[in-house]
Design a protein around this ligand. Sequence first.
Ligand SMILES: Cc1ncc(COP(=O)(O)O)c(C=O)c1O
Length: 428
Amino acid sequence: MSPSPGGEAALRRERVIRAAVREGLTDPDEAVLAAFVDLDGVAALVAALRSAFPASLSVRHTFAAKANSLVPVLEHLRLHGMGCEVASAGELDRATAAGFGPELIVFDSPAKTRAELARALRLGVAVNVDNFQELERVDALLAANPSASPLGVRVNPQVGAGSIEAMSTATDTSKFGIALDDEGNRARLIDAFRERPWLTWLHTHVGSQGIAPELTARGLARTVELADEINSTLGRRQVVGIDIGGGLSVDFDSDDPDPGFDGYVAALRRHAPRLLSGDYRLVTEFGRALLAKNGFMTAFVEYTKTAGGRPVAITHAGAHVATRTVFRPDAWPLRVTAHDPSGRQKRGDVLAQDVAGPCCFAGDLLATARPLPRLAPGDLVAVLDTGAYAFSTPFHYNSLPVPAVYGFSTAADGEVRFRTLRPAGGPD
Ligand SMILES: Cc1ncc(COP(=O)(O)O)c(C=O)c1O
């Protein structure tokens, strides 16, 4: 978990942190915690995602808003040609505020209320129905008012878990979608499509971090097989598209920003070639792969002490902005770098130190016994790869304020320019 201090990415990050210090964005009184999003990096990964899929296919790439739901971030993604996947009414509000038209929005959630469904159908956003009961709600709503929404059904191909159970949505007993192999479900699904000519999509999200592309591809192969079966059984081309979800993992132990979209598509080609045949339109819903490595936080080191012989640095980054890491450090380790008060990365001898957050419980640790140059009060720690599911989705423990988020880009002359994406204190 020790980033190479001399690598190109590390030097670039150091330049950004030094510029942020000079501009007062990490002020020890006003901004003990700040977050940064690399806007150029996000644009580069959107381009990598696009170019990974054959240009001959009809693919709508949407961004999973849950990964980073700041409206200016969503807006940035829209301006680079992305659509938006939302999983709650709040995310739908944000997608709309970011300027996404209904044709660019997909609504997924296992718990859509009647009111949320009615709104989605009225707007005409795509909806992936999670279960047979929800399908009956949609029947009733469509009987009252026609809708332009593309409508699909989420299926669980039950191909198993990845390395993090909580991120695995294609287990036998997952709460998501219609379990394909459960008795009677396949026939019931085919009947559902027969009775509802407006059902024209299938959706599968095999899982998120910890799922290998091969497992995702094997799950999607089962979904495309179902699409073929529905169309051949009904004798018409009713299923026109497959929403293949997101879920490409990122390497939290490396400075390589590319999560490997090419390798993902190669896995599809090997395990689910029908998906790339051109017979189906595709939607993708990547989140973490686009944002995680394009964001980091800086936290002020308030105090240092030794406890039981181990040095501990008390910082301002904890469970409120890195919730998964604090509660499941084994599954969600994060890299941390040490910087002096000017933002320069500290190099040289390291010793094992705990990096603690400000929350008032003992387990609020971002790293335990982490080899780092000795930290001192007034230093900064940078918490890397936190652009998704971290500072953008804060946990309100101890009523700690949400940190400001700054987008940055680097001009041709090397100057780093910042813009505020969220002011300190929110709203989230
Ligand atoms: C339906 C759906 N689509 C997309 C995603 C995004 O996953 P990731 O950020 O791993 O790409 C999720 C994550 O929970 C999801 O549930």
